[in-house]
Write a protein that binds this ligand. Sequence first.
Ligand SMILES: NC(=O)c1ccc[n+]([C@@H]2O[C@H](COP(=O)([O-])OP(=O)(O)OC[C@H]3O[C@@H](n4cnc5c(N)ncnc54)[C@H](OP(=O)(O)O)[C@@H]3O)[C@@H](O)[C@H]2O)c1
Length: 326
Amino acid sequence: MFRALVVDRDTPPTLRDVDDDFLPKADVTIAIEYSSVNFKDGLALSQNGGGVVRTFPLVPGIDLVGTVEHSADPVFAVGERVILNGDGIGEKYFGGLAERARVRSDALVALPDGLTAERAAAIGTAGFTAMIAVLALERNGVVPGSGEILVTGAAGGVGSIAIALLAGRGYTVVASSGRAETEGAYLRGLGATTVIDRSEFSEAGKPLQKQRWAGAIDSVGSSTLANVLAQTSYGGTVVACGLAQGADLPTTVMPFILRSVTLTGANSVEAPAALRKQAWAALANELDGELLDSMTTTIGLSDVIATGAQILAGSIRGRTVVDVRC
Ligand SMILES: NC(=O)c1ccc[n+]([C@@H]2O[C@H](COP(=O)([O-])OP(=O)(O)OC[C@H]3O[C@@H](n4cnc5c(N)ncnc54)[C@H](OP(=O)(O)O)[C@@H]3O)[C@@H](O)[C@H]2O)c1
């Protein structure tokens, strides 16, 4: 028997003791050590799976880190430590908020040398997304000398790791947060040179505003993203990766046709294997372990439901790791 969080239709999520027959058939069985709590996990744990859960019952959790117990894929050996982010786990396949999982091997990544399992979970989907967003900026020509880079949703998981990664690569980072007063010191500690209040972006604004940003990583969407686009300098790039404010985008064509602004995206769920390997190698190499620890809180499986509600309320700072064995 092992413990699993289970989301079912029309009933609140529960922590249950289940056996291996509860798990669907798949290539690789993993003894999970750590998962994490992302915004999407908060949605999955809300009423009827919050539009995230596609099939019931489901074990939520879009991240897992653990040890291979059984493998039908020769690429992954028994005893190997692996990471899985997205690829449908916690949405249409059973996810990481349990002591055991059976998963498809397509998106598994071997735990990079030098990275502990707990730190890999602290990075999780949030950090993986932050890294693929940084790579997207650079693919579009943004370099450390280009000018200021804005990170919205700064005190959240994606935002915190994006700041640390950008600052580590030598960018000048401006953090936008609804908690500028209380979390200003935290955000500067991650590497932001300036912290601004997110209220500057939250209401509808003019289609073109004073040019300021060479690039931006936005996990907020809606009017915030529209204002960011309106303030992006000629030739700049904005990476949309989230919708904490809303999924709408009330913008015009003006930033694109008059300032050659590029709006691109980052999708962690369907990222191809090569991009996963590239991003994880860079994360293991670049992210300062102690800085990562300073933005991370660790909880046990029984604390996850309450934490899911807090992340939807925007009150979680940085990253929350789940030690599923506690
Ligand atoms: N594209 C992908 O593959 C991908 C991967 C991971 C996450 N995401 C998305 O990215 C977003 C962030 O995820 P996360 O796990 O980092 O969540 P998170 O830790 O909750 O961070 C979200 C942050 O957004 C800000 N925020 C919350 N509500 C807001 C509002 N109404 N208006 C403006 N800002 C608001 C808050 O930061 P401040 O308090 O600092 O303002 C909050 O901490 C979510 O929408 C998530 O679904 C997408």
